[in-house]
Design a protein around this ligand. Structure first.
Ligand SMILES: Cc1cc2nc3c(=O)[nH]c(=O)nc-3n(C[C@H](O)[C@H](O)[C@H](O)COP(=O)(O)OP(=O)(O)OC[C@H]3O[C@@H](n4cnc5c(N)ncnc54)[C@H](O)[C@@H]3O)c2cc1C
Length: 599
């Protein structure tokens, strides 16, 4: 069993001025609960970099705590990282050295409808998506948003809110009317469309312009979409099924005028058929009461018809039937056979877990504007299906066992494009700075690994990188990344991948806005920030020790143990899916996801 790495103990913060008193709780590096309080989604993946070790975490009680923290940072020439839900993949909502972290997970929870008709709401940013969605659903209202129950609005507003309603309604952030922010000078501002901060905060670089506290949103009504339909179904994973479902997506891309009503997303989730006994860092930080979820190798299909023209429009089931035909036998949890209100559907699209696997990950998100002809010529659906097969390595040879033990995979493919797509159309307004709004398909391939799989996982992701960035690349000739799904640690160094030229000079304009509102870099707490190189306010190496992964011999031991396990005869992927499908929920036991997946 691996040791849980222990962070270095530093008894107090070594800064010039006395640390101020805050109304909210303050946890300093070295305090007993520091490890638990500094833990966030990216912690285990970036242990080595030592970038998630703030000198202190301030659980702000209200505006006055936020303003005090900003003032303290300014006076001491240190930086502030802002964290609400802690789901930033590169760990950018944390910091290190003498820098401090503002934790807003409980700070701004007010929620007020702006009109009797409930078409506009003003709310605090400390809502996880699951809670936010449920609040709107109470009034049969919805907005488009992402799929993770525990992502919070604080970051989500700034990184877009890419989700299952992207073609039909655009991004979550497209529906922000105004927001409230506290800037580095300690001023509280309401910012509306047309202002430079509106452009910069929505899409520019999360957490780098100030502390977001509230937003006013335009909200949609179920009654305007009286015949909306959705499909959520799980199927046993196999390569051919994945390829066939992806081919349906390519047909969709082929029809440039495909109606905006349709959204279609394919998710692949797979963990190897055997469990190793390595206690991971993430397991040690599972919150009390959080479900342990098991994934048989499966493909989950999400499809939706939004009925954008209301009761004048007739539902045509052909598209859904095509998906169901190629998918074959599966577990249908949401059926298109009957109308489901949009607010209920948006709840069904949320995955009710905090992380896919309790393991560190190596992430990739690629955005492609290739048209169907190019994707077909390069046989992308074959190529990516082979990549997934190779990475998960499920169909190993039963007699000799696999050469390499497959890692746990969470992959997702979604169509965003076409002339009617609201994702595409809203992007032309230029009131926000989100890049790559001409995307046709977004593809996420996240590999979660046990420590003995680290090297092979890196190699696997290198293979996936071959799919982008060159004229001959299968998925896209350009390498286009998105801030919500980042996988770099240095944003300035990789700016050309994250920022397009729409409008021209976008990155430079964002840097100017940053200079104007945050000239001393209070909100530059790490390298995943816009406008570097600028002097990083704190010496990020001060008072820090790198946490390490398993040593070489421990890794070899874990790997050998895993390979031994593969020699025990296993069920096929298909049989395991159906075996787990019949497992009943039992308190305290690992459950298949669908047993807890209800809106
Ligand atoms: C498992 C998982 C699933 C996801 N699924 C989706 C999805 O379906 N669609 C999608 O679009 N995205 C998705 N994301 C990405 C997620 O939406 C973004 O990372 C989002 O920014 C996270 O917000 P947060 O507040 O939870 O995280 P945090 O880590 O707290 O913040 C994210 C960023 O925003 C900044 N920030 C946070 N709060 C504030 C604030 N109040 N003021 C100023 N800056 C702030 C932080 O400094 C950081 O840079 C997913 C992420 C994970 C880990």
């Amino acid at each position: 069993m691996a040791d849980i790495p222990i962070p270095e103990i530093v008894s107090e913060i070594n800064v010039k001025h006395q640390f101020p008193e805050f109304k909210g709780k303050v946890i300093k590096r070295g305090d007993v609960d520091y490890d638990a309080q500094s833990y966030q989604y990216a912690s285990s993946s970036h242990l080595e970099e030592g970038i998630i070790q703030p000198a202190a975490i301030i659980k702000a009680a209200d505006d006055s705590d936020v303003i005090k923290a900003i003032k303290y940072a300014r006076e001491n020439k240190i930086a502030v990282a802002v964290r609400t839900g802690g789901h930033q993949y590169s760990g950018a909502s944390s910091t290190s050295g003498k820098n401090i972290q503002l934790d807003l997970s409980q700070t701004y929870k007010d929620f007020d409808w702006d009109d009797e008709n409930c078409t506009s709401v003003t709310l605090g940013i400390s809502f996880p998506l699951g809670e936010f969605n449920a609040k709107l659903r109470e009034k049969n209202r919805f907005v488009p948003h992402g799929q993770c129950q525990y992502v919070n609005l604080g970051g989500h507003i700034q990184t877009g809110g890419y989700g299952q309603l992207a073609r039909s309604f655009g991004l979550f952030s497209d529906h922000v009317k105004k927001f409230r922010i506290i800037t580095a000078d300690g001023q509280v501002r309401w910012v509306s469309q047309g202002e430079d901060l509106f452009f910069a905060v929505l899409g520019g670089s999360p957490g780098n312009f100030g502390v977001l506290t509230h937003a006013t949103l335009h909200v949609f009504r179920d009654q305007d979409y009286p015949n909306s339909r959705g499909l959520r179904a799980a199927y046993p994973y196999n390569r051919q099924r994945l390829k066939d479902l992806l081919d349906v997506m390519i047909e969709m891309v082929e029809d440039e005028n495909f109606p905006a009503d349709y959204d279609y997303c394919i998710t692949v989730l797979s963990e190897p058929p055997f469990k190793t006994f390595e206690i991971t860092y993430d397991m040690a930080h599972r919150k009390e009461g959080q479900q342990m979820v098991a994934w048989p190798p499966m493909i989950v299909v999400f499809a939706q018809w939004a009925n954008l023209q209301g009761d004048k429009q007739t539902y045509n089931p052909d598209f859904f039937n095509k998906i169901k035909k190629v998918a074959g036998k599966g577990l249908v949890q949401v059926s298109d056979k009957e109308h489901t209100p949009m607010s209920t559907l948006t709840g069904h699209w949320i995955v009710p877990i905090s992380r896919e696997f309790e393991l560190p990950y190596i992430k990739r998100t690629y955005s492609s504007n290739s048209n169907s002809q190019r994707l077909k010529e390069h046989r992308w659906t074959d190529w990516i299906s082979d990549r997934i097969e190779d990475g998960s390595n499920w169909n190993y040879d039963q007699t000799s066992g696999p050469i390499d033990v497959g890692c746990n995979i969470a992959a997702q493919f979604q169509h965003f494009g076409g002339t009617n797509s609201r994702f595409n159309q809203n992007g032309k307004r230029n009131s926000t700075s989100f890049s790559w709004r001409d995307a046709n398909i977004l593809c996420t391939v996240d590999a979660f690994y046990h420590s003995y799989q680290y090297e092979q996982t890196i190699e696997w992701q290198k293979g996936n990188d071959e799919g982008v960035g060159k004229p001959e690349s299968t998925f896209c000739e350009h390498d286009r990344r998105v801030l919500w799904g980042s996988y770099d640690l240095d944003l300035s160094a990789s700016q050309q991948y994250y920022y397009d030229q729409n409008p021209k000079g976008k990155y430079e304009r964002l840097c100017k806005i940053k200079q104007k509102y945050d000239p001393s870099g209070v909100f530059t707490p790490n390298r995943f920030c816009i406008g570097l190189p600028v002097p990083v306010p704190a010496d990020s190496k001060d008072g820090m020790k790198k946490r390490t992964k398993l040593s070489g011999s421990e890794t070899a031991k874990e790997r050998a143990a895993a390979i031994e396990l593969t020699k025990v005869p296993q069920l096929s992927a298909e049989d395991r899916f159906w075996e787990m499908a019949s497992t009943e929920r039992e308190l305290g036991k690992t459950v298949p996801l669908w047993n807890i997946w209800r809106a």
